[in-house]
Each structure stands twice: as C-alpha cells, then as structure tokens.
Design a binder for this molecule. Structure first.
Ligand code: BGC
Length: 933
C-alpha cells in the first residue's frame, strides 16, 4: 500500500491554523490488484523540523491499532503560535506488512492569542462625503445593552448612518414590529446608492528595510473590507476577495503567507489596495443597506522576519501612508468597478515612490469579532476562458460570448487614447437584438442603478485591466466605447470560486443528462465563493440556508466541501442562531434572518450531512447545544396531535408550479427529519440518553404524521407531488399505507403528465422518493423529459448552468418575470444527488464512506452510466451497461473500505464485495482498477 493525500484540517499544507489539536487524514492506494486490503494500524510522527524524524520532538505514536485514516486528532506536545509542524505516517496492513513512511506533510500555527497581534487597524481619512467615522464603541455599547435580537438595527444605524427618519427607523426595527418588510426605501438611501456613496477604495503603502539575515518571513493579514497586498510590486498570494465574508462582528478571518522569497535585502515596499466588499459595501436588504458592518475599509497586517537575534516586525500603523485618490474610483460587489487609469499612482507598490502628498494612515479601533484562521480553501481563479464569439449588435457595441455562464471577472487589454471611457456590462443571457439582457439583475433589494458594470477610463496606449473587488455572473459581456473593433483575444474570462477539489463525475448514455450534470457543477462553482449563495448576479448573492441545505447532498458528491462547510456551518450554527431559538434563513445573518421552514433546519441538516460524508463529529459537538435548543423549540411548538400546526412559517414549497404541499405537511415532515438527524447526532456524540428521547419523539411524530396527514386511501393531506416526495423520501409512510400511498403518488405525478411541478422543498426529494416508493420507471420518465417544465428543457434551450425557475425562459413566453429570474441558481440542481446515489447507486453506509453501498438502478431509458465519487477514503467508481437481458457492472472500491453491492436483478441479501484496490497511474493520479462482477 501507498499513502497519499495527507491533509491537516482538510487542507494540504495549511498555514496559520488556529487549532491546537488539528485533525489529520490520508488516503491509501495499493500497488497490486487484490481484495481485502486493509490498514490494521498506523504510526504518526510529528516534529518541528523535517530533519528531526529520527527523534520526533512533538509526537511519536508508535503503532496504534485501527483502520481510521481521517479525523485523527493531533495529541502531541502542545502547539504554540507560529509553530511549524511536519508530520508523516506509516501503516501496517492486514498481513502485517508495513509501508514506507509517507511523504512529509506540514502546517503552521497562526497567531493564537490577540496579544500576538502587534499591528493596528489602519484607515485613511477621506473626503468621500460619508458621515465622519463614529467610534464604533458607542454603537456596540448600545447593541450590548439592547441585545442582538431586538432593535439592533436601530442601535447600529444611530452610530453609522446618522439618518433617523421616522420611516427609516420603522424599517430597520421591523424585527420589533414583525410587520411585512417590503417597504419603499427612503429617498436619502436611494440617493446614496445612485451616487455610489460607498467608501472610495484606499491605497496604502510603507517602505521598510528588511532585517539582516532573516531566515523566514511570514505575513499575517486581514481587512475589514477586502484587500490585496503587494510586496515590491508583486501580489502576495493568489487569493481573491480576501478575507471573504463572515459576520464580522463575530469573527474575522486572517490569512497567512510565507513571503520569504518575496523580500529583498535592504529596502522593500509593502502596500495594499482596499475595497468595501461585504463589510462596508452596498447590501441586499429592504431597504438598501450600505455600511452594514462598518463604513470604511481597514487593514491589519503584520510581517514577521525571523532572525537569529529574534523576530523583527513590520506592522500596519500610522507610519503608513495612504490615499483614496487612486485609479480605483469605486468598487462594489454587486455594482462593479470604476477605474480611472489616469489617476493610478504608478509605482506606489515599489520603492522610491513619492508619497509626500499622501496622508498618514490613521489608527482605528473598530469593534469586531475574534480573529480566526480561514479554514476553507481561498477563492481563486480556477480557469480562464476565451471568447467563442464576438458580435456587434449595434454600431460600436460589441458583445463577447464566453460560451459558458460563469462567475468571475474579465481581464481586458485595450489600446485607446487617453480619457477614452470603456463600459462593460455583464450578464447571463441576451435580448432578441443580441445586446446583453440586464433586467433580471435587480430583485428589488437595490435600486436599478447599474449592476455588474465596469467603467475603465484609459490612460492612453496599451493597457490591461482586471477588476479588484467585485465579481459578476455572466456569459456575455457588452462593451461600449472602444474606438475600434476588438479582437476576440483582447478579453479573457477568469472563473473564480472557492478552490475546492472536484470529487464527483457523472456521464451516461443520454447526452442531455450528462450535460445537466455539468451544468449543476457550473452552478455550484459559481455559487460557492466563501459561502454558498443563492445566485451570483442579481442584488441578493446571500447565504440562504435553504438553498444550501437543499443542494448540499449533491454538492457533497460534486466537490470536496469538507473545509468549506466547516466554515459555513459555523456561520449558520453560531453566528446566525437567533436568540429566539431558530437558525436564520441566511448565514451570515445580517439581522433580518427569519423563521422559514426548510431554511431554518439547515442548522441541523447541514452538520448532519457533513458528518455523514466525512465522519466529522467535531462539527456536531461544537454546535450541539444550538441544535438541541432549536429542536426543543420545535417540540414545544407541537400541537396536541404532535404536529407543527397548519401555519408553517416561511416560504413553503418555493417556486413550485402547482405540485407543492401544505405548510402543515412541510413543517411536520421537517420536524421529523430534524428529530431523526438529532437522534443520530446525539448517538454519534455518545449522548445516549438524548438519543433515546429524540428517537422516541421521532416515533411519536411519525405516528402523528401517519394518523393525521395520510388518509385511509394513502392520500397526503392537502398536498401534491411535494407532499409525497417528503413522505417517501423521509420514511414517513407506515408499512400498512405504503401501497396505497405509492398509488396516489403515481396518480399525482400523472396528473401533471409526469412533469415537474415541485418547488425548492419537493424537488431535491422527488426522484429519491419515487425510487423509495418503487416507482423507478416514473422517476426516470420525469428525469428524461425534454419539454417544460423539466430538468432537460433548459439544457435543450442551451443552458450551461441551472436556472432558478422551471420556466425562466420558454419558447412560448420568453423570459419570466425579471424581478426574480436567475439563470444560475443551484437549488433545482439538487437532482444531482439522484444521479450519484440512485443511478450510480453510491451511498455511504457508515459516516465517512468507510463502508458504503453500490446499488444502481439500471436501464429504464439509459443504456449506460459512469459515476465516480472521490470520498475521504478514496475513489469509488461504478460503470454499468445495460445490454438488454444482460447488464455489466464494473466497480472500483478504495483500499481499506468495504462495499455492499446490490445488483438490481439479484434477489436476497446484499452481496458483499470487499476491498478492491486503487492503483497509482503513471500520471501520479490514483486510478481505479475495476472488479468485474
Ligand atoms: C432567493 C432564494 C431564496 C429565497 C428565500 C430568494 O430571493 O433567491 O433562492 O431561498 O429568496 O426567501
């Protein structure tokens, strides 16, 4: 066996982690093809230097019996701030053969204590017309006094906006009154948006002399707002939109960079651009809400050079100089950017720049949450696409088509006279005349001022521009103002998202279904930038917990979300848990998060799914209390029948087309789902008493559902497709009513002629439920439909991502209501779970896939399917071919796992196929050897 993919806290070679007992994982591959290959014991060594493995100074475990290869907690000598740790592992197999030591992995510890930070937050005084800086303490004192839940809006706004119109306060205090939230924004705020009254981006710099003979230089940095740092003109690292989005009042992520090779002897320049981002940019909200967390971008940076005499620091302080009069005139996540190249202070990031007219930086003391390590992979450019066509629908207007609806930014090269203003509009689809359609960019949260727009004013001559602090959802870019016809290669599209690894692949004999699987992945990429969002283009882009929850089973197959979820689940469970006892319907919550059945349960379901996929119990333990409180809240709300009442809170089966379910059914089903998850979670945490009582509650609630919500003929009360989807997928139909309910389910599907009529609640569960009801033929019929509404209709219409609505565009009616019509919304892409878990049949049996099932449903309209999933234990593979009466199945099973294979035509017990190996290919990538059955 060989050992590969060593990771610490789900990341390779992470820097600056803030855990004292991080968890390790590795994967095993085998060199020969054999079954029953297992790890029987492992031995870990950790040392502060990679040359110390002969006598490791931190941890030397000797052989520990066990087959675990993930979630292994470091238990060596205590770790301290800045510590570098090197570790390696070897394993003994079932026959006593011991492997070589693995390659060495490493990680570094960050700044664990607030006192380790010697840097100060710095900002630049500006004449940008915004109210003067208000020491945040005043605001926060008031929040602390009044509490978070009620009225914090008012408290916060008193300090920051200084606009207390009566109408305004009524709006921000909507939590107190619980009145409907759809108000017209006050004039002043509308104006604020129109005039782009956000803080102007800042430029800051400092020259310093490098310490003599430094052996290592590490830069710790973060911003309230967004930052890009440069050393001697070169960007530090390849992260984008750092430090990403958190509830800044609760936690702010810092980043750690090894900058040793970037420093020169003698004088160096450390500089940064700062933008507003999520911290003090415009906000989706009713009304528009600028400056949600603060009003100006601030930087915190600490460069540490290690020398023999000790540590030499360069920190952000008032020795820095800065300006808000750089080329970057405006930056907003939704709106775009304005860059006037004539104003760019060229060379500000290099030694010798004359900053005598720049202001001295000012030290600020903003109140903010804890500084923490960024535990997910950063946002990066992951692909670059070239235009597939350039058209000119109007005189001097050019439209670039990148052939794929993507999320990211462009880079453009121009050569135009000084002062030429070039405007670029981005969006996903076109108008009939070939210009870029822009109507769907506003859902009413912000005014209809330009969104997704770049303005570039040329300095003259050859120049290139790539925006800094914004991102767009687009396939097309319309360019105005170019004084010549552009060549296609003058613009590239950079795809950006959280840089997680791809773990899933699906293809089958129906090219449209294969394309659907690709589109789902594109929507996942585009909606996972630091947090999972509903959409990437219009004025929302929020961490809606429902959307995240509905899509998560699919998302977990497609991509390695272990680190990404570890961060977002904390946003949900810790930062967006309302003191009223429920999880907000978006996380990070910005104060308006409400009760919303299907959304609020993400606080239990997402940690549960993370546990099932990666065997992660830390995420459960850390959030257990909030989860229990939420569950008990539901329990207390239950009526005398054990149901949640008729008026379930929230959206219901959002965007359904007549096939929904009553609030009562949805709320009852979700209550049972929460109880089921919680019972298992309690059991995983060895809280058996809790698990027993939660299980007992689940039994009662199931009985109540069966007695009161399923009638004698198997009909689900007041519900259509979604009601049956919930009942069958969540196991709510008692044995005695199964046949009748399955009959009704089928009837309900046929009432819509086998077309989809479900919304956000029903869609993820519909096909798994048909499968559970024994209606596989119907499931395939629905999946393979090509006419609207169906999954394949958009694909047929040329979609390259998943749409928000079934009828986002139809040949008959054109585009749907522009108020809410995104062409990149992954919620309906939740059908991906069915592709992997039913068509491929891959499903975990034990948390983390140490044991898993392969139970494919073969045939029914497809002649072959090829499905793979790279689990935390390695790659699982299924390839089946239906040749009429004979079917062939090939499977790949990672070393050290156990696969339970059920062949669809075979009766009786599961056939157990044990460890088949994964082999290393010549490219170094693990490759599956297939075992033919
Ligand atoms: C979003 C949805 C979301 C919903 C919740 C919409 O505007 O785009 O995806 O779940 O609001 O209310």
């Amino acid at each position: 066996m060989k050992i590969a993919n060593l990771r610490t806290e789900y990341q390779r070679e992470p820097l600056g982690i803030d855990r004292r007992n991080p968890r390790f994982s590795w994967e095993l591959t085998a060199e020969t093809w054999e079954r029953d290959k297992f790890q029987h014991a492992y031995w870990i060594q950790a040392a502060s230097d990679e040359h110390l493995f002969d006598a490791p100074d931190l941890w030397d475990t000797g052989f520990i019996e066990g087959s675990e290869t993930c979630q292994i907690r470091y238990q060596g000598s205590p770790l301290h701030s800045r510590q570098r740790v090197f570790w390696r592992v070897c394993v003994r197999d079932e026959r006593g053969v011991i492997t070589d030591w693995s390659p060495t992995a490493s990680f570094s510890v960050g700044l664990l204590d607030r006192k380790d930070w010697k840097a100060s937050w710095i900002g630049i005084e500006s004449d940008d017309g915004l109210p003067p800086f208000e020491p945040a303490d005043k605001v926060w004192e008031s929040i602390e006094k009044n509490g978070w839940g009620k009225g914090w809006g008012q408290a916060k706004y008193e300090g920051i906006l200084g606009e207390e119109t009566e109408e305004y306060l009524k709006i921000v205090n909507q939590e107190l009154t619980c009145k409907p939230r759809f108000h017209n924004p006050s004039l002043s705020i509308r104006q604020m948006f129109r005039e782009k009254k956000l803080a102007r981006p800042r430029y800051v710099r400092r020259e310093f002399t490098a310490a003599k003979e430094f052996s290592k230089a590490v830069l710790y940095a973060t911003a309230l707002g967004l930052y890009e740092l440069y050393i001697n003109g070169e960007k530090v690292g390849d992260r984008i939109l750092s430090p990403e989005w958190t509830s800044y009042n609760r936690r702010v992520q810092y980043q750690t960079y090894d900058v040793t090779p970037m420093l020169r002897r003698g004088v160096n320049t450390l500089s940064a651009r700062l933008g507003n981002g999520w911290y003090c940019g415009m906000w989706q909200f009713w009304p528009q809400m600028p400056h949600l967390y603060g009003r100006e971008p601030l930087l915190l940076a600490q460069l540490e050079m290690e020398t023999e005499e000790g540590r030499v620091l360069v920190v952000s302080d008032d020795n820095w100089k800065g300006t808000d009069q750089g080329g970057l005139r405006f930056s907003g996540l939704y709106e775009g950017e304005e860059f006037d190249a004539r104003m760019e202070p060229r060379g500000f990031d290099q030694n010798g720049f004359d900053d005598s007219l720049w202001k001295n930086a000012v030290i600020r003391r903003p109140k903010h949450g804890k500084l923490i390590w960024q535990r997910s992979e950063p946002i990066r450019v992951t692909q670059v696409l070239r235009a597939v066509a350039v058209t000119s629908p109007k005189n001097k207007v050019y439209v670039f088509d990148f052939g794929q609806n993507l999320v990211g930014r462009i880079k453009i090269k121009v050569d135009a006279p000084e002062g030429t203003r070039i405007r670029l509009f981005h969006n996903e689809v076109l108008n009939a005349d070939g210009t870029v359609y822009r109507e769907n960019l506003s859902a009413g949260h912000m005014t209809r001022a330009p969104h997704q727009t770049l303005d570039y004013i040329c300095a003259g001559g050859q120049e290139a521009y790539c925006p800094y602090f914004t991102y767009m959802g687009f396939r097309y870019v319309e360019v105005e103002g170019l004084p010549y016809e552009p060549l296609p290669d003058c613009m590239e599209a950079q795809v950006i998202h959280t840089d997680f690894a791809e773990t899933g692949a699906f293809s089958c004999s129906d090219p449209l279904v294969s394309k659907l699987a690709m589109n789902i992945k594109w929507s996942q990429r585009g909606n996972m930038l630091g947090i999972p969002t509903d959409c990437p283009q219009r004025d929302e882009r929020c961490g809606y917990t429902g959307d995240g929850q509905f899509f998560m089973p699919t998302g977990l197959y497609n991509m390695d979300l272990a680190a990404f979820n570890s961060k977002w689940i904390r946003d949900i469970c810790q930062d967006s848990f309302r003191r009223e006892g429920y999880f907000a319907d978006h996380a990070p919550d910005f104060g308006a998060g409400r009760r919303n059945v299907g959304w609020q349960e993400a606080g239990v379901i997402c940690p549960y799914l993370q546990y099932r996929c990666y065997g992660d119990t830390d995420i459960l333990a850390e959030n257990y209390e909030a989860m229990v409180q939420f569950t008990m809240g539901l329990h207390e709300k239950a009526d005398e029948r054990g149901l949640q009442g008729k008026d379930g809170a929230g959206n219901g089966d959002w965007l359904n087309l007549g096939g929904g379910a009553s609030h009562e059914v949805i709320a009852a089903a979700y209550y049972i789902r929460v109880l089921d998850c919680m019972a298992e979670i309690a059991r995983a945490l060895d809280k058996d008493a809790d698990a027993d009582s939660l299980q007992a509650l689940a039994v009662q609630a199931r009985a109540a559902f069966a007695d009161h919500l399923i009638d004698g003929e198997g009909r689900i009360s007041d519900s259509s497709q979604t009601g049956y989807a919930l009942a069958f997928a969540l196991g709510l139909v008692p044995h005695g009513k199964r046949e009748a309910a399955a009959y009704q389910f089928k009837k309900e599907m046929e009432r819509f002629e086998g077309r989809l009529a479900t919304g956000f609640i029903g869609t993820p569960l519909l096909l798994p439920a048909l499968h559970a009801a024994g209606l596989d033929d119907m499931a395939y019929r629905v999946l393979l439909r090509r006419d609207a509404p169906s999954w394949l209709y958009p694909v047929r219409m040329g979609a390259t991502t998943v749409w928000e609505r079934w009828d986002g565009y139809t040949e008959e009616k054109g585009y749907a209501d522009s108020g809410m019509n995104s062409f990149n919304h992954y919620a309906f892409g939740s059908v991906g779970e069915y592709l992997f878990s039913v068509i491929g049949g891959i499903k975990e049996r034990s948390p983390g896939y140490g044991e898993f099932y392969i139970r494919p449903v073969i045939g029914r309209g497809l002649s072959w399917a090829k499905v793979s999933f790279h689990s935390i234990h390695g790659e699982i593979f299924v390839f089946w071919t239906d040749r009429g009466k004979v079917a062939e199945v090939e499977v790949g099973v990672p070393v050290n796992t156990r696969c339970y294979l059920t062949l669809p035509w075979g009766g009786g017990d599961d056939f157990v196929l044990r460890a088949v190996l994964v082999q290393e290919s010549s490219s170094g990538q693990p490759m599956i050897r297939r075992d033919r059955i």
